[in-house]
Design a protein around this ligand. Structure first.
Ligand SMILES: NC(=O)c1ccc[n+]([C@@H]2O[C@H](COP(=O)([O-])OP(=O)(O)OC[C@H]3O[C@@H](n4cnc5c(N)ncnc54)[C@H](O)[C@@H]3O)[C@@H](O)[C@H]2O)c1
Length: 372
């Protein structure tokens, strides 16, 4: 009999691709998802992209009854159910703590009663805050959060104590977490809580710190989601993408099918248990380059990025993944390069309608002083 896997939050972007990957590899897949309005754009129905063979249970991760039913006969769990907006987490604090922290607690209480073969939790690069840097003399330095005074003066880059520039380098799992949002705090809580309970109850547990995941099915009308989806939604509505600061901040964009494969490796590699892995592309791109590539691919090269010079509380300058641990511990190697992934994404985007809610989301931040 093939193994039964539960994916919480599995009707969402990454979870649905993971479901495809698992089904292709002979697993049975159940999903527990509350089909949250913000992600599913007000359609509380089974998403059309979710594979027919997925057993979808609509329910909330904070509901012990729903979680108990979803766990019946399950061999392994991927815990993905989360609210995912960094900015929104700074004012819908109770909602984020409930879904992410309490939801994880409810799941773990049930797993303590019914241990499984493996638990994999979706953590995030947001737990790092700033990434790792190198000084002009070659020493490594953990990036420190920039002050509001520095940002106000438009000094976007990081410097050392002498004022010399710091150069970003790939960030390894050993970098000390620096939690700058309620979202990041809740992702760290989820990661730690799963590892702590996993250890105490002998549930082999793996935490995966995803970087910026992109690809088809990302919720385009959710203005709190990934930057590529937000830019796509702007461009599809003939609006210019708006970038914060000078747009030269660098991130790591990894294709969702590479992420789904990394997840399966985390399920299957026995030596991965008890460990934390970065899952990214290992490459860094500036936000300006990403905006330019996307507007070009969507046939709207005239919609160049609007460089706003504005900034948001808790935003970091640069962070991209050091994949050494994922390579050696999971055998993970990203296979889809950015140009290939973006041109595939464009094909999907052309068939989508998106409501551009960027201005509305931005006003929510600005009126609270969270974006300047
Ligand atoms: N997309 C990224 O770039 C990225 C980066 C780092 C980490 N992650 C993490 O990966 C996971 C999946 O993210 P995603 O991009 O697929 O997000 P998503 O919003 O597309 O999917 C999340 C799913 O969880 C469901 N959900 C939300 N609250 C729930 C609740 N209370 N009970 C049950 N279901 C609930 C939503 O309906 C949605 O289907 C999340 O844990 C997220 O924090 C994502």
């Amino acid at each position: 009999m093939s193994k039964q896997v539960l994916v919480t939050g599995g009707a969402g972007f990454i979870g649905s691709h993971l479901a495809d990957e698992l089904l292709r590899n002979g697993y049975r897949v159940r999903v527990l998802d509350n089909l949250s309005e913000q992600v599913h754009d007000g359609h509380p129905a089974r998403p059309g992209y979710l594979a027919d063979d997925v057993d979808l249970m609509v329910g909330d991760i904070t509901d012990p009854g729903a979680v108990g039913r979803a766990l019946d006969g399950v061999d392994a769990v991927f815990h993905f159910a989360s609210m995912v907006g960094v900015g929104q987490s700074m004012y819908q604090i109770a909602d984020y703590v409930a879904a992410n922290d309490l939801g994880t607690a409810v799941l773990l209480e049930q797993l303590a009663e019914q241990p499984i073969e493996r638990l994999i939790v979706a953590s995030s690069m947001s737990v790092y805050g700033e990434g790792l840097y190198r000084t002009t003399s070659g020493e490594l330095r953990e990036g420190q959060e920039r002050s509001f005074e520095q940002l106000k003066a438009g000094e976007w880059e990081l410097h050392d104590a002498t004022g010399a520039p710091l150069t970003p380098v790939p960030t390894p799992e050993s970098k000390t977490p620096s939690l700058a949002s309620i979202y990041a705090l809740s992702k760290y809580m989820q990661e730690r809580a799963c590892l702590i309970i996993g250890r105490a109850y002998s549930i082999p547990t793996v935490a995966l710190r995803f970087f910026n995941v992109y690809g088809p099915r990302q919720a385009l009308s959710n203005p709190y989601t990934g930057v590529l989806a937000i830019f796509a939604s702007r461009l599809l509505n003939d609006n210019r993408p708006i970038v914060f600061e000078d747009g030269r901040q660098r991130r790591d964009f990894v294709h969702v099918r590479d992420v789904a494969r990394a997840c399966r490796l985390a399920l299957e590699r026995t030596d991965a248990a008890g460990r934390v892995f970065n899952i990214g592309s290992g490459q860094s791109q500036s936000i300006l380059d990403i905006a330019a590539k996307l507007s070009h691919l969507l046939g709207r090269p005239q919609l160049t990025a609007d460089i706003s010079g504005r900034y948001r509380a808790g935003d970091i300058r640069h962070c991209f993944a050091d994949l050494s641990t994922a390579r050696s511990g999971l055998g993970f190697e990203p296979e889809i390069d950015l140009d290939e992934g973006l041109s595939e994404l464009t094909g999907w985007l052309r068939q989508q309608d998106a409501t551009d809610r960027f201005d509305q989301a931005n006003r929510e931040l600005a009126c609270r002083g969270l974006a300047v």
